[in-house]
Design a protein around this ligand. Sequence first.
Ligand code: SAM
Ligand code: F3S
Length: 442
Amino acid sequence: MEKKFFIRTFGCQMNEYDSEKIADIMTATGDTPSASIEDADIVVFNTCSVREKAQEKLFSDLGRMRPLKEKNPNLMIGVGGCVASQEGEAIIKRVPYVDVVFGPQTLHRLPQLLRARESSGRAQVDITFPEIEKFDHLPATSNDAATAFVSVMEGCSKYCSFCVVPYTRGEEVSRPLDSVLTEIIQLAENGCREVTLLGQNVNAYRVTTDGVLVDFADLLAAVSEVPGIERVRFTTSHPVEFSQRLIDAYAYLPKLPDYLHLPVQSGSDQILARMKRGYTTLEYKSIIRRLRQVRPQMLISSDFIIGFPGESDADFDKTMQLVAQIKFDFSFSFIYSQRPGTPAASFADDTPTAVKKERLTQLQQVLEANGKQYSEAMVGNIEEVLVTGHAKRGKHMLQGRSANTRVVNFAADEKWIGKIVPLSITEATPHSLRGEIVDSAY
Ligand code: SAM
Ligand code: F3S
């Protein structure tokens, strides 16, 4: 019998992508999406454990499922993603009315797990890492948007001392080239114009195809060749393995935008070493300097962790110095969150929370000011904007994204949705831009 499913997603773009795939799998088995959690027969939580708060949010949401389950004992509750991977059986012990627990690498087995739950009457747990099997079992993509995520590798082998990802998603495994390209060709046929290649460290991508080694620079070149694809983004790359070949790709691949998200985490070499990041600030700056030689307008955004165990005022000052030197764009910054099972969990941490919060505010103020300045400097420019749909507000207003990720609102006919159009930027507001279609576009 056809069932209605509802998926709640926490965390990163990887999880958003995985949720799309879960929806494709459920649809392929005859189920349909439900508009609300209350009407669903199957509710799936795709979880994140990178920081404690995201993890706790899952358990409070699961608590709220109890009355729904009591009202409808046939309701199936599934928990996937990184909390599932880390906690496994413990989730069922803590919340006995959860039916199925699956990991990021076993999401394609969800229909079997649900069936096994029904026939056996017992909760099912599968959090194994069956290599890249997942991609062989996914149905064709149903995505018909102008922009789409495409996973190119899974897992992470960097083992930063603060991070759970290598334990929850397994080690780095690259997806076969033909599998990546098949998905992108299909997306382009469905109308997609921009892809974002996804992975924890996409620049560690490495496969052998017909005896030839293909690295990330080669992958970018291959994706750029797909007819219909006009913009190729990726996230996240890592400063280690950001090779000269990859920097050179920016010179000969015009579909790569003038925008890069490259997590640095800290501007202090001592902290970077204790984080086990594998680079120094000098090495990081050298990558950016060489990139900007090729692309002078390149905007750099980043991830920062504030209040890592032992971060002194002097360490934090070094982070602020680096921010001034690189002049980072809008970025992500969070206070360090101790994660069980990671090496940093046993590091002594004597910085008071109030000091960490004060540092975070200081950093965020500078990053916001930089972002606004970059946006203001775009006023008067002609920018290529990928039109993604209707604007949130305003009749006859459309919305799109510039190559450097700014949201641009403009008045125009719906026929532009899904296309890249040149817009003249007329105004910068705190988190978006306004533009007008230039006459030559018509
Ligand atoms: N692969 C990426 C890189 O090059 O670092 C990062 C992926 S990680 C899942 C995303 C971000 O979460 C990190 O860049 C880091 O800033 C943040 N993060 C990871 N563990 C954290 C922790 N224990 N506390 C606070 N932030 C954390
Ligand atoms: Fe985490 Fe470091 Fe990998 S932040 S995802 S272990 S690069």
